[in-house]
Design a protein around this ligand. Structure first.
Ligand code: NCD
Length: 329
């Protein structure tokens, strides 16, 4: 199996085998939780993993922090706001400094789309994209995939509408690359400016009518309006958004659709989702959060293992394991 990438910037950095191995490893971590982890790093140098979030985050940053510590790693919360990045230092210099302090891997969130691509050929340390501008959020898409497989089994032939501000959503961009690889069809639904004008994919279609999109779907993925990324004219939809594109038990009931509703969070209640829907068993957002720790453990373990040629992610039937090598991390 091709080595796991040292920089996970984009869903397309992973091949199907690696994605399947991550799903298997996530299942294993979820089943065994901390026990497996303690034995995993036994006798190895403790890996040092940092998060550097240059944008707000509740779910992603904390689930990475928990995942690192569950893996037995040393966690550094690198505060970008009070760092020398604010004194004009480049991101590369900052990462080189972290590397020389002993940091093995850094999870970075940045508001600049594609900022991490520069490190693909020449990485100062291992890098995981925790969301870059409107570009990509690969770890969110992977944990969403895991949750969908857990809920629905084989995803082949299933249709999911992503309703909301798809154009400005990095999660959508990663889902569009990931889910069709598992045979899914996606409908991007939203008002003008929230969905692209055209799309060149046989598995992805566009729709500006919520009820039509829901009627064709086996499950839904709702998105927050990404106000911070708007240039102005997208804001004209705020006043009527809930009525035209919001989802509630009433909307689903009228369409006779008792279907799972996913959301990456943060959710804006009363805008894209109603209070009764988010409190209902149809809502999968908390399950996505629960699974996020296990998937992020798998991603960190895979990227760290790749540092050592004798410590590789192995795919063995349905059972993916990290194989320890003699020299350790
Ligand atoms: C998403 C993000 O930051 O892109 N949230 C997340 O990571 N759970 C979605 C969003 O902000 O709307």
């Amino acid at each position: 199996m091709k080595g796991f990438p040292s920089v996970l910037e984009n869903i397309n950095d992973l091949n199907l085998m690696q994605i399947q191995a991550l799903l298997s490893l996530t299942t294993e971590y979820k089943k065994k939780d901390i026990d497996l982890v303690e034995s995993f790093y036994e006798g190895f140098k403790t890996p040092v993993v940092a998060t550097s979030f240059l944008e707000n985050s509740t779910r992603t940053k904390h689930s990475f922090a928990i995942a690192i510590q569950k893996l037995g790693g040393m966690y550094i919360d690198f505060n970008a706001e009070t760092s020398s990045l604010k004194k004009g230092e480049t991101l590369e210099e900052t990462l080189l400094t972290l590397k020389h302090q002993g940091v093995d891997c850094c999870i970075i969130r940045t508001s600049v789309s594609n900022e991490l691509a520069q490190f693909k050929g020449n990485h100062p340390l291992k890098i995981i994209n925790g969301g870059d501008g409107t570009n990509q959020h690969p770890t969110q898409a992977l944990l969403d995939l895991f949750t969908m497989v857990e809920n629905h089994g084989d995803l082949k032939g299933k249709t999911m509408a992503i309703i909301g501000d798809c154009v400005h959503s990095r999660v959508t961009h990663s889902l569009v690359e990931l889910l069709p690889q598992f045979g899914m069809n996606l409908i991007l639904c939203g008002p003008e400016g929230y969905i692209p004008e055209s799309i060149d994919s046989k598995n992805v279609s566009l729709c500006d009518n919520r009820d039509e999109a829901i009627s064709k779907s086996d499950f839904l993925y709702l998105l927050r309006i990404q106000k911070e990324r708007h240039t102005g004219k997208e804001d004209q939809h705020f006043a009527t958004y809930h009525e035209k594109y919001g989802c509630s038990l009433d909307v689903l009931g009228k369409l006779n659709k008792e279907i799972s509703v996913y959301h990456p969070g943060p959710a804006n209640i009363g805008v894209e989702i109603s209070a009764d829907l988010i409190k209902s068993p149809l809502y999968q957002g908390y399950k996505q959060v629960e699974n996020s720790t296990y998937m992020r453990m798998a991603i960190i373990a895979a990227i760290l293992s790749n540092r050592n040629i004798s410590c590789q992610l192995e795919l063995n039937g349905d059972d993916a394991r990290i194989k320890k090598g003699p020299t350790g991390l």
